[in-house]
Design a protein around this ligand. Structure first.
Ligand code: PLP
Length: 465
């Protein structure tokens, strides 16, 4: 190994990291006490940052200091244990530390042989994920930006396979003139499935009936499939309805789909993690028999943004859909990471997944999932003691939909919660009613936070009278 003596002084490369560490530590230390919703508007933050491009270079450390000071008031405390908005996880300490290293290392994790260090951590993480979720150990895993791209990835593999089975080569001939692919999805599917289908040129899914918790009706699926011609077919199932947390009936639906040769894709952005907890085995029965699965690490697993996971049992189909062949790429004998995701260059976003799993261990993952569920039940039970409050869903996993006597009053309680800022759920409309939706997704949400949360709802309900 040789070193290079530089003739001139080089600025300290770490100079911008020390202020970043200090600002990050300040931020993390503030999470327990600070207001959960963000303060101000993007315009306020633009005014603090200053919109004028500097004419000349600035000192890196002061740039980072200025950024932290100007942006911090506009941050939402999504890492707080009292944050329940949308479905957003926090960041486990080991995953956050690993994520910083990923930035410092700055590896392009697309190619197996050229960045063996991070590829090793990603490959181990992939194997652990399959093991924890009870999915086929030989399935291919790709780390994407989120479940939206993981849905696109799984459905891209599906498109290739069902057309190939019908004697059509989509890679060579595209979709024009191809046999029509019939796509079925539950009425309560997530909008990102619609987006993935649209990007893949598959149009809008035919909707299968869902029950009052958003669960796909397997009998309706079976009837619809029996009515079809048996041509190329994709069935999209869901693990975790964003309002109720409910799981589709995997065993029945997958059996019906496979009976007609359909590919089954499961959107399990947060709900797939129920498969890691033996207590949910009944609800997840048959999940492992699907053909592809999408999930997020930045939700239930509490890895920092962003990280999704695409899992496909049929690796050749995935590689046919997402692989790239170019002479200038170093190509390993086996598949390269870029063969399994839509991106070519990408950060090693599977490394924080490795760190999260290494720090939790098998029992820690079960405890994390179980803890989120117990906190959701605790919130539901506490809220039910508040006069006029109702819980509209069966709390089978991590989601709780709360409503008051009228939509007007539900909205007023929600507005009061945001005004006070001690907790942050999100607002939605479910089954025709305004709801305050709690998605318990943070490793920090413990019994103390649950009690504080119920107390905040109680105060808001009283204040909104
Ligand atoms: C969050 C979510 C998605 C989209 O995931 P992103 O990580 O935001 O891309 C898809 N499906 C479900 C059920 C979700 O909850």
């Amino acid at each position: 190994m040789t070193t290079i003596d530089r003739p001139r002084a080089v600025p300290d490369r770490g100079a911008a990291l020390a202020p970043a560490v200090a600002a990050a530590e300040r931020w993390l230390a503030s999470l327990d006490a600070r207001r959960v919703p963000a303060a101000g508007t993007p315009e306020d933050a633009i005014a603090r940052l200053g919109a004028t491009l500097p004419d000349s270079p600035g000192d890196p450390a002061s740039v980072v200091d200025r950024l932290a000071a100007a942006v911090e008031p506009g941050l939402m405390a999504s890492g707080s244990g009292r944050f329940y908005g949308w479905v957003m996880g926090g960041a486990l300490p080991a995953a956050l530390g690993a994520d910083w290293l990923v930035s410092a290392w700055d590896q392009n994790a697309g190619m197996r042989d050229s960045t063996p260090g991070v590829v090793a951590a990603e490959e181990i993480a992939a194997g652990w994920l399959l093991d924890l979720l009870g999915l086929p150990p030989t399935a291919a895993v790709g780390f994407t930006t989120g479940a939206t791209m993981a849905n696109l990835t799984g459905l891209g593999a599906a498109r290739h396979r069902v057309l190939a089975s019908a004697g059509w080569d989509d890679a060579a001939d595209g979709l024009s003139g191809a046999p029509r692919i019939r796509v079925l999805a539950g009425a309560a599917r997530h909008g990102s499935v619609d987006l993935a289908l649209r990007l893949l040129g598959l149009g809008t899914a035919e909707l299968v009936a869902a029950d009052d918790q958003g669960r796909l009706d397997a009998a309706d699926l079976r009837r619809r499939l029996a009515d079809g011609s048996g041509g190329p077919t994709i069935v999209c199932l869901q693990a975790g309805d964003v309002h109720s947390g409910a799981m589709d009936p995997f065993a029945d639906a997958i059996e019906a789909a496979h009976a007609v040769g359909a590919w089954v894709h499961v959107d399990g952005a947060f709900g797939l993690w129920a498969a890691a907890d033996p207590r949910f085995a009944g609800m997840m029965r048959g999940l492992e028999r699907a053909d592809s699965w999408a999930t997020d690490a930045h939700k239930t697993l509490n890895v920092p943004y962003d990280c999704g996971v695409a899992i496909v049992a049929d690796e050749p189909a995935l590689r046919a859909a997402m692989g790239v062949r170019a002479a200038y790429l170093l190509t390993a004998g086996t598949a390269d990471p870029y063969d399994h995701v839509p991106e070519l260059s990408r950060r090693a976003r599977g490394v924080p997944v490795w760190a999260a799993l290494a720090s939790l261990g098998r029992s820690g993952v079960v405890d994390l999932v179980d803890g989120l569920h117990r906190a959701a039940r605790g919130i539901a039970e506490g809220v039910l003691r508040i006069p006029g409050a109702q819980v509209l869903n069966d709390v089978v996993f991590t989601q709780v939909c709360v409503a008051f006597e009228s939509d007007e009053r539900t909205r007023a309680v929600f507005a009061e919660l945001l005004r006070e800022g001690a907790i942050m759920p999100s607002a939605s409309v479910w089954r025709g009613r305004a709801v305050i939706r709690f998605s318990v997704s943070s490793w920090r949400t413990d019994a103390v936070e649950v009690a504080a949360t119920v107390a905040a709802v109680e105060r808001a309900a009283a204040a909104a009278r």
